[in-house]
Design a protein around this ligand. Sequence first.
Ligand code: SF4
Length: 353
Amino acid sequence: MSHSHHEAMLYKRENGAKVKCSLCARRCQISEDAPGFCLVRRNEGGTLYTLNYGKAVSAAVDPIGKKPLSHFNPGSLVLSVAAAGCNFRCQFCDNWMISQDRETPGNDMPPEEIVKAAQNAGCQGISYTYTEPTIFFEYAYDTAKLAKEAGLFNTFVTNGYMTPEAVRTIGPYLDAVTVDFKGGADPDFYKSVMAVPDVKPIFEALKEFRLNGVHIELTNLVVPKIGDSPGKIRKLAAWIHDNLGADTPLHMLRFHPDYKMTTIPAPSVKDMEMAVLTAKNQGLRYVYVGNVPGHAAENTYCPNCDTAVIRRDSFEITQWNLTEDNKCLVCGQQIPIKGRFYKNNLRFPYALF
Ligand code: SF4
Protein backbone atom coordinates (compact mmCIF):
# COMPACT_ATOMS: atom_id res chain seq x y z
CA MET A 1 0.00 0.00 0.00
CA SER A 2 1.48 3.32 -0.96
CA HIS A 3 0.71 6.32 1.14
CA SER A 4 2.20 9.50 2.42
CA HIS A 5 3.03 9.51 6.11
CA HIS A 6 1.02 12.27 7.65
CA GLU A 7 0.25 12.03 11.34
CA ALA A 8 -3.43 12.06 12.24
CA MET A 9 -5.15 14.63 14.43
CA LEU A 10 -7.54 13.78 17.26
CA TYR A 11 -6.23 10.50 18.63
CA LYS A 12 -4.67 9.27 21.84
CA ARG A 13 -2.19 6.58 22.55
CA GLU A 14 -3.50 3.89 24.87
CA ASN A 15 -2.01 0.87 26.59
CA GLY A 16 0.88 -0.64 24.69
CA ALA A 17 0.94 0.58 21.15
CA LYS A 18 -2.85 0.81 20.80
CA VAL A 19 -4.42 4.10 19.80
CA LYS A 20 -7.92 5.50 20.11
CA CYS A 21 -9.19 7.67 17.29
CA SER A 22 -11.70 10.37 18.24
CA LEU A 23 -12.37 11.78 14.81
CA CYS A 24 -15.64 10.04 14.12
CA ALA A 25 -18.21 8.59 16.46
CA ARG A 26 -16.96 5.05 15.95
CA ARG A 27 -14.04 5.97 18.22
CA CYS A 28 -12.03 3.00 16.98
CA GLN A 29 -9.47 1.43 19.22
CA ILE A 30 -6.76 0.45 16.77
CA SER A 31 -4.04 -2.14 17.36
CA GLU A 32 -0.57 -1.76 16.02
CA ASP A 33 -0.24 -2.30 12.26
CA ALA A 34 -3.98 -2.20 11.80
CA PRO A 35 -6.35 0.26 10.13
CA GLY A 36 -9.47 1.82 11.61
CA PHE A 37 -12.94 0.97 10.31
CA CYS A 38 -12.57 3.64 7.61
CA LEU A 39 -9.42 1.90 6.30
CA VAL A 40 -7.70 5.23 5.68
CA ARG A 41 -6.24 5.69 9.16
CA ARG A 42 -3.59 3.31 10.39
CA ASN A 43 -1.70 2.70 13.59
CA GLU A 44 2.01 2.29 12.95
CA GLY A 45 4.09 1.80 16.06
CA GLY A 46 1.66 3.67 18.28
CA THR A 47 1.31 6.63 15.94
CA LEU A 48 -1.89 7.10 13.98
CA TYR A 49 -1.42 8.09 10.35
CA THR A 50 -3.90 9.36 7.81
CA LEU A 51 -3.35 7.58 4.51
CA ASN A 52 -5.31 9.82 2.19
CA TYR A 53 -3.68 13.15 3.01
CA GLY A 54 -3.05 15.25 -0.10
CA LYS A 55 -4.59 12.67 -2.40
CA ALA A 56 -7.61 14.01 -4.21
CA VAL A 57 -9.77 11.42 -5.91
CA SER A 58 -11.91 14.09 -7.43
CA ALA A 59 -11.86 17.86 -7.95
CA ALA A 60 -14.64 19.55 -9.88
CA VAL A 61 -16.42 22.87 -10.09
CA ASP A 62 -20.00 22.68 -8.84
CA PRO A 63 -22.80 25.14 -8.22
CA ILE A 64 -23.36 25.49 -4.47
CA GLY A 65 -26.96 24.34 -5.00
CA LYS A 66 -25.66 20.87 -5.76
CA LYS A 67 -24.35 20.30 -2.22
CA PRO A 68 -27.25 21.06 -1.64
CA LEU A 69 -27.00 24.47 0.01
CA SER A 70 -29.91 26.73 -0.88
CA HIS A 71 -29.60 29.43 1.78
CA PHE A 72 -25.87 30.02 1.61
CA ASN A 73 -24.25 32.31 -0.98
CA PRO A 74 -26.81 31.28 -3.62
CA GLY A 75 -25.41 30.97 -7.12
CA SER A 76 -21.81 30.74 -5.97
CA LEU A 77 -19.40 28.18 -7.34
CA VAL A 78 -17.34 25.76 -5.30
CA LEU A 79 -14.46 23.48 -6.01
CA SER A 80 -15.59 20.06 -4.80
CA VAL A 81 -12.81 17.87 -3.50
CA ALA A 82 -12.79 14.33 -2.16
CA ALA A 83 -10.33 11.76 -0.88
CA ALA A 84 -10.83 8.00 -0.63
CA GLY A 85 -12.54 6.16 2.22
CA CYS A 86 -15.66 6.28 4.35
CA ASN A 87 -16.79 5.47 7.86
CA PHE A 88 -20.17 4.19 6.65
CA ARG A 89 -20.97 1.19 4.46
CA CYS A 90 -24.14 2.26 2.71
CA GLN A 91 -25.51 -0.36 0.38
CA PHE A 92 -26.92 2.38 -1.84
CA CYS A 93 -23.73 4.45 -2.03
CA ASP A 94 -23.53 6.78 -5.07
CA ASN A 95 -19.75 6.98 -4.89
CA TRP A 96 -18.83 3.49 -3.77
CA MET A 97 -15.93 3.18 -6.18
CA ILE A 98 -14.04 5.84 -4.24
CA SER A 99 -15.65 5.61 -0.83
CA GLN A 100 -14.99 1.90 -0.32
CA ASP A 101 -11.57 1.68 -1.89
CA ARG A 102 -8.89 0.42 0.44
CA GLU A 103 -5.95 1.27 -1.79
CA THR A 104 -6.27 5.01 -1.11
CA PRO A 105 -5.77 6.10 -4.70
CA GLY A 106 -5.79 9.71 -5.76
CA ASN A 107 -3.80 12.40 -7.43
CA ASP A 108 -1.23 14.30 -5.44
CA MET A 109 -2.87 17.62 -4.75
CA PRO A 110 -1.56 19.39 -1.68
CA PRO A 111 -3.83 21.89 0.10
CA GLU A 112 -2.24 24.95 -1.51
CA GLU A 113 -2.91 23.50 -4.95
CA ILE A 114 -6.56 22.99 -4.16
CA VAL A 115 -6.88 26.60 -3.08
CA LYS A 116 -5.11 27.75 -6.24
CA ALA A 117 -7.32 25.56 -8.41
CA ALA A 118 -10.45 26.99 -6.75
CA GLN A 119 -9.26 30.54 -7.39
CA ASN A 120 -8.28 29.82 -10.98
CA ALA A 121 -11.70 28.32 -11.66
CA GLY A 122 -13.43 31.44 -10.31
CA CYS A 123 -14.92 29.64 -7.31
CA GLN A 124 -15.97 31.47 -4.16
CA GLY A 125 -15.48 28.44 -1.94
CA ILE A 126 -14.39 24.85 -1.49
CA SER A 127 -16.65 21.91 -0.66
CA TYR A 128 -15.30 18.77 0.94
CA THR A 129 -17.73 16.24 -0.42
CA TYR A 130 -18.56 13.10 -2.48
CA THR A 131 -16.87 10.85 0.07
CA GLU A 132 -16.88 11.58 3.81
CA PRO A 133 -14.80 14.66 4.75
CA THR A 134 -14.58 13.50 8.35
CA ILE A 135 -12.20 10.77 7.34
CA PHE A 136 -9.96 13.04 5.29
CA PHE A 137 -10.07 15.53 8.13
CA GLU A 138 -6.43 16.60 8.22
CA TYR A 139 -6.38 17.21 4.47
CA ALA A 140 -9.63 19.19 4.67
CA TYR A 141 -8.49 21.07 7.78
CA ASP A 142 -5.21 22.29 6.25
CA THR A 143 -6.95 23.20 3.00
CA ALA A 144 -9.78 25.01 4.80
CA LYS A 145 -7.31 27.11 6.78
CA LEU A 146 -5.49 28.21 3.64
CA ALA A 147 -8.77 28.78 1.81
CA LYS A 148 -9.97 31.11 4.58
CA GLU A 149 -6.78 33.14 4.34
CA ALA A 150 -7.38 33.41 0.60
CA GLY A 151 -10.92 34.73 1.17
CA LEU A 152 -12.73 31.55 0.16
CA PHE A 153 -15.45 29.86 2.18
CA ASN A 154 -15.50 26.18 3.15
CA THR A 155 -18.36 23.69 3.30
CA PHE A 156 -18.58 20.07 4.38
CA VAL A 157 -21.05 17.58 2.98
CA THR A 158 -21.07 14.94 5.67
CA ASN A 159 -22.98 12.05 7.14
CA GLY A 160 -22.63 13.92 10.44
CA TYR A 161 -21.05 11.00 12.27
CA MET A 162 -18.37 13.21 13.80
CA THR A 163 -17.30 13.62 17.40
CA PRO A 164 -17.96 16.98 19.09
CA GLU A 165 -14.16 17.38 19.30
CA ALA A 166 -13.86 17.10 15.54
CA VAL A 167 -16.66 19.64 15.02
CA ARG A 168 -15.01 22.08 17.41
CA THR A 169 -11.65 21.67 15.66
CA ILE A 170 -12.90 22.36 12.14
CA GLY A 171 -15.62 24.80 13.31
CA PRO A 172 -13.58 28.02 13.06
CA TYR A 173 -12.76 27.32 9.39
CA LEU A 174 -16.09 25.92 8.30
CA ASP A 175 -18.77 28.27 6.96
CA ALA A 176 -21.50 25.80 6.10
CA VAL A 177 -22.32 22.15 6.47
CA THR A 178 -24.77 19.86 4.71
CA VAL A 179 -25.58 16.92 6.96
CA ASP A 180 -27.09 14.00 5.10
CA PHE A 181 -29.66 11.78 6.74
CA LYS A 182 -30.87 8.61 5.14
CA GLY A 183 -34.16 6.83 5.61
CA GLY A 184 -35.55 9.39 8.03
CA ALA A 185 -32.65 8.79 10.48
CA ASP A 186 -34.22 5.48 11.45
CA PRO A 187 -31.77 3.62 13.74
CA ASP A 188 -32.66 0.20 12.29
CA PHE A 189 -32.09 1.44 8.77
CA TYR A 190 -28.70 2.82 9.78
CA LYS A 191 -27.77 -0.49 11.40
CA SER A 192 -28.95 -2.86 8.71
CA VAL A 193 -28.23 -0.95 5.49
CA MET A 194 -25.36 1.32 6.49
CA ALA A 195 -23.50 -0.56 9.23
CA VAL A 196 -23.84 2.37 11.62
CA PRO A 197 -24.48 1.34 15.23
CA ASP A 198 -26.17 4.49 16.50
CA VAL A 199 -27.71 7.70 15.11
CA LYS A 200 -27.43 9.76 18.31
CA PRO A 201 -23.91 11.07 17.59
CA ILE A 202 -25.21 12.75 14.42
CA PHE A 203 -27.69 14.79 16.45
CA GLU A 204 -24.96 15.67 18.95
CA ALA A 205 -22.69 16.81 16.11
CA LEU A 206 -25.50 18.97 14.72
CA LYS A 207 -25.93 20.73 18.06
CA GLU A 208 -22.18 21.30 18.14
CA PHE A 209 -22.18 22.74 14.61
CA ARG A 210 -24.89 25.12 15.71
CA LEU A 211 -22.91 26.20 18.80
CA ASN A 212 -19.96 26.87 16.50
CA GLY A 213 -22.01 29.18 14.30
CA VAL A 214 -21.78 27.01 11.17
CA HIS A 215 -24.64 27.46 8.67
CA ILE A 216 -26.55 24.16 8.59
CA GLU A 217 -28.67 22.54 5.90
CA LEU A 218 -29.96 18.99 6.07
CA THR A 219 -30.93 16.36 3.61
CA ASN A 220 -32.99 13.24 4.05
CA LEU A 221 -32.76 10.47 1.51
CA VAL A 222 -36.26 9.17 0.90
CA VAL A 223 -35.97 5.41 0.39
CA PRO A 224 -39.27 3.71 -0.33
CA LYS A 225 -40.53 1.17 2.21
CA ILE A 226 -37.23 0.74 4.02
CA GLY A 227 -37.37 2.60 7.28
CA ASP A 228 -38.97 5.64 5.71
CA SER A 229 -42.44 6.39 6.92
CA PRO A 230 -44.27 9.65 7.60
CA GLY A 231 -43.70 8.92 11.29
CA LYS A 232 -39.92 8.91 10.83
CA ILE A 233 -39.96 12.11 8.80
CA ARG A 234 -42.25 13.76 11.34
CA LYS A 235 -39.88 12.87 14.17
CA LEU A 236 -36.81 14.07 12.28
CA ALA A 237 -38.46 17.33 11.25
CA ALA A 238 -39.67 17.98 14.79
CA TRP A 239 -36.16 17.47 16.14
CA ILE A 240 -34.75 19.89 13.56
CA HIS A 241 -37.43 22.44 14.40
CA ASP A 242 -36.85 22.22 18.14
CA ASN A 243 -33.05 22.05 18.13
CA LEU A 244 -31.88 23.93 15.05
CA GLY A 245 -34.83 26.21 14.35
CA ALA A 246 -37.76 26.57 11.95
CA ASP A 247 -35.54 28.34 9.39
CA THR A 248 -33.20 25.35 8.92
CA PRO A 249 -33.46 24.23 5.29
CA LEU A 250 -34.31 20.56 4.82
CA HIS A 251 -33.94 18.85 1.46
CA MET A 252 -35.87 15.68 0.71
CA LEU A 253 -33.71 13.74 -1.72
CA ARG A 254 -35.16 11.12 -3.97
CA PHE A 255 -33.39 7.78 -3.67
CA HIS A 256 -32.12 6.24 -6.86
CA PRO A 257 -31.09 2.60 -7.11
CA ASP A 258 -27.33 2.12 -6.93
CA TYR A 259 -24.49 -0.14 -5.75
CA LYS A 260 -25.96 -3.12 -3.88
CA MET A 261 -29.50 -1.77 -3.75
CA THR A 262 -30.52 -1.90 -7.37
CA THR A 263 -33.83 -3.66 -6.90
CA ILE A 264 -35.46 -0.98 -4.78
CA PRO A 265 -37.29 1.55 -6.96
CA ALA A 266 -37.05 5.32 -6.71
CA PRO A 267 -39.93 6.88 -4.78
CA SER A 268 -42.70 8.45 -6.85
CA VAL A 269 -43.03 12.21 -7.18
CA LYS A 270 -46.14 11.94 -5.06
CA ASP A 271 -44.15 10.19 -2.30
CA MET A 272 -41.64 13.02 -2.46
CA GLU A 273 -44.38 15.63 -2.17
CA MET A 274 -45.79 13.79 0.85
CA ALA A 275 -42.37 13.83 2.48
CA VAL A 276 -42.05 17.60 1.93
CA LEU A 277 -45.54 18.23 3.27
CA THR A 278 -44.96 16.06 6.34
CA ALA A 279 -41.83 18.03 7.25
CA LYS A 280 -43.54 21.35 6.62
CA ASN A 281 -46.37 20.36 8.92
CA GLN A 282 -43.83 20.17 11.73
CA GLY A 283 -43.23 23.89 11.32
CA LEU A 284 -40.15 23.87 9.07
CA ARG A 285 -40.38 26.86 6.73
CA TYR A 286 -37.94 25.79 4.01
CA VAL A 287 -38.37 22.22 2.83
CA TYR A 288 -37.10 21.36 -0.62
CA VAL A 289 -37.29 18.46 -2.98
CA GLY A 290 -34.12 17.07 -4.58
CA ASN A 291 -33.57 14.84 -7.62
CA VAL A 292 -36.96 15.81 -9.08
CA PRO A 293 -35.80 18.41 -11.65
CA GLY A 294 -38.25 21.16 -12.48
CA HIS A 295 -40.45 20.56 -9.42
CA ALA A 296 -42.03 23.61 -7.77
CA ALA A 297 -40.57 22.53 -4.41
CA GLU A 298 -37.10 23.42 -5.71
CA ASN A 299 -38.04 27.08 -5.28
CA THR A 300 -37.78 29.19 -2.14
CA TYR A 301 -41.09 30.73 -1.12
CA CYS A 302 -41.60 33.73 1.11
CA PRO A 303 -43.16 32.42 4.34
CA ASN A 304 -45.17 35.65 4.65
CA CYS A 305 -46.70 36.25 1.18
CA ASP A 306 -45.84 32.98 -0.61
CA THR A 307 -44.00 34.68 -3.51
CA ALA A 308 -41.41 32.45 -5.16
CA VAL A 309 -38.44 34.54 -4.07
CA ILE A 310 -35.85 32.21 -5.64
CA ARG A 311 -36.80 30.06 -8.58
CA ARG A 312 -34.61 27.10 -9.43
CA ASP A 313 -34.24 24.48 -12.08
CA SER A 314 -32.11 21.74 -10.55
CA PHE A 315 -28.95 23.52 -9.42
CA GLU A 316 -29.50 26.67 -11.40
CA ILE A 317 -31.16 29.82 -10.17
CA THR A 318 -33.56 31.01 -12.87
CA GLN A 319 -35.12 33.92 -11.01
CA TRP A 320 -34.12 36.04 -8.04
CA ASN A 321 -36.82 38.09 -6.36
CA LEU A 322 -34.97 39.32 -3.29
CA THR A 323 -33.39 42.64 -2.43
CA GLU A 324 -29.64 42.96 -1.92
CA ASP A 325 -30.11 42.21 1.77
CA ASN A 326 -32.26 39.16 1.04
CA LYS A 327 -35.73 40.59 1.68
CA CYS A 328 -38.80 39.56 -0.29
CA LEU A 329 -39.35 42.05 -3.12
CA VAL A 330 -43.10 41.88 -2.68
CA CYS A 331 -43.63 42.15 1.08
CA GLY A 332 -40.21 42.94 2.57
CA GLN A 333 -40.00 39.78 4.66
CA GLN A 334 -36.41 38.91 5.60
CA ILE A 335 -35.44 35.53 4.15
CA PRO A 336 -32.77 33.69 6.16
CA ILE A 337 -29.94 33.48 3.66
CA LYS A 338 -26.32 33.62 4.70
CA GLY A 339 -24.06 35.51 2.34
CA ARG A 340 -25.14 37.01 -0.92
CA PHE A 341 -26.34 36.16 -4.37
CA TYR A 342 -23.74 35.35 -7.04
CA LYS A 343 -24.88 35.71 -10.60
CA ASN A 344 -22.28 33.39 -12.03
CA ASN A 345 -24.56 30.40 -11.85
CA LEU A 346 -27.43 31.74 -13.86
CA ARG A 347 -28.77 30.30 -17.02
CA PHE A 348 -29.23 33.00 -19.64
CA PRO A 349 -31.48 34.79 -20.20
CA TYR A 350 -32.33 35.14 -16.54
CA ALA A 351 -34.79 37.38 -14.80
CA LEU A 352 -33.17 39.57 -12.20
CA PHE A 353 -35.93 41.38 -10.34
S1 SF4 B 1 -12.18 8.11 11.58
FE1 SF4 B 1 -13.76 6.85 12.56
S2 SF4 B 1 -13.68 4.90 11.46
FE2 SF4 B 1 -11.75 5.97 11.00
S3 SF4 B 1 -10.30 5.24 12.54
FE3 SF4 B 1 -11.21 7.11 13.36
S4 SF4 B 1 -12.94 6.43 14.62
FE4 SF4 B 1 -12.36 4.70 13.26
